[in-house]
Design a protein around this ligand. Structure first.
Ligand code: SF4
Length: 313
């Protein structure tokens, strides 16, 4: 990728931030002038934490950990957010791109296999500026764009050549659920388009070197209790939009959190049989690289309104 194109891409990305159309919400907030959109941030980088992380999928954590940087706030508001202590706050360490570049280099010095940017969507332009600085100063490990799937196609297009590994969530195949559970309009259309573009850039598989990911695509899907049809549609969509070749992380770790704690549908963990059905569906669609988890059945509470997800409203 030549420097002129990379510079032009970064300029285009920065323009998307003010008025802000950096994600499908298109708040059009003048973030450069101090106005705030849905995610509540200006143009600065706000980091909640940065550390080696050993709990990502094995090719990402490897033996020395993923170099995880948790960015504050989010462009989604999932009522069940498993990470709500970070995604709901707009505070944290306010960093310049030079300072974030130093954080990245420090993670590399600590032996991390990659830079794992968690929830970067709403802060993408200054993160990319930081990545450029870090690359010039010797950052050689892959950059992972670990995002929620509610992405602007235009923004993703402008990341070509900078992102080695995309790791999007694919949360919804049902736009009604996306609207009610995450306050996101047309999640499905936006996520599918972004996913297709990600695969165009980095391929539809995950390339490993000595067991550690160096380039490609890994998709995550969190199975929600009582929402199996949603999971099936997500898997159909991934296969239709890209293929069934990439590794798929089917997550069973859902825990009722944030506003979902007492939610009639979401207020319980998933059952083993629900999880098994989603895994079986993926296998039947020909997905062969699956990351699966154990299901802890100890915290079940009775089902309510399983046939009508909106009955609680
Ligand atoms: S990144 Fe934030 S301000 Fe920009 S469109 Fe998305 S939610 Fe709105």
């Amino acid at each position: 990728m030549d420097d002129a194109k990379m510079n032009a891409d970064l300029e285009r990305l920065e323009r998307l931030m003010s008025p802000c159309v950096l994600c499908p919400r298109e708040c059009r907030a003048e973030r450069r002038s101090g106005e705030r959109g849905f995610c509540g941030l200006g143009t600065e980088i706000v980091v909640s934490d940065a550390m080696p992380h050993y709990g990502e999928e094995p090719p990402l954590s490897g033996r020395r950990g993923a170099g995880t940087v948790f960015f504050s706030s989010c462009n989604l508001r999932c009522i069940f957010c498993q990470n709500h202590q970070i995604s709901r706050k707009t505070t944290g360490s306010v960093l310049t791109p030079e300072e974030l570049a130093e954080v990245m280099l420090n993670l590399q010095d600590r032996g991390c296999h990659n830079i794992d940017a968690v929830t970067p969507t709403h802060q993408t332009p200054p993160i990319m500026a930081a990545l450029d600085i870090a690359r010039r100063r010797g950052l050689a490990i892959p950059y992972i764009h670990n995002c929620g799937g509610y992405e602007s196609l235009e923004a993703i297009r402008n990341l070509e050549g900078r992102v080695e590994i995309y790791m999007p969530d694919m949360k919804y195949g049902d736009d009604d659920l996306a609207r009610v559970f995450s306050g996101a309009e047309e999640y499905r259309r936006h996520a599918r388009a972004a996913l297709t573009e990600m695969a165009r850039q980095v391929g539809d598989d995950l390339e490993l070197r000595e067991g550690v990911a160096v380039r490609g695509l890994l998709i995550r899907h969190l199975v929600l209790p009582g929402c199996l049809e949603n999971s099936f549609t997500v898997l159909d969509d991934i296969r239709a939009a890209v293929s069934n070749r990439m590794p798929l992380s089917i997550m069973s770790q859902y825990t009722p959190a944030a506003q979902a704690r007492h939610h009639p549908l979401l207020g319980r963990r998933i059952r083993r049989d629900e999880y098994r059905r989603v895994v079986d569906y993926a296998l039947a669609l020909g997905f062969s690289q699956l990351f699966v988890q154990e299901v802890d059945n100890r915290h079940l509470i009775p089902d309510f309104h399983r046939d009508d997800p909106f009955a609680w409203e």
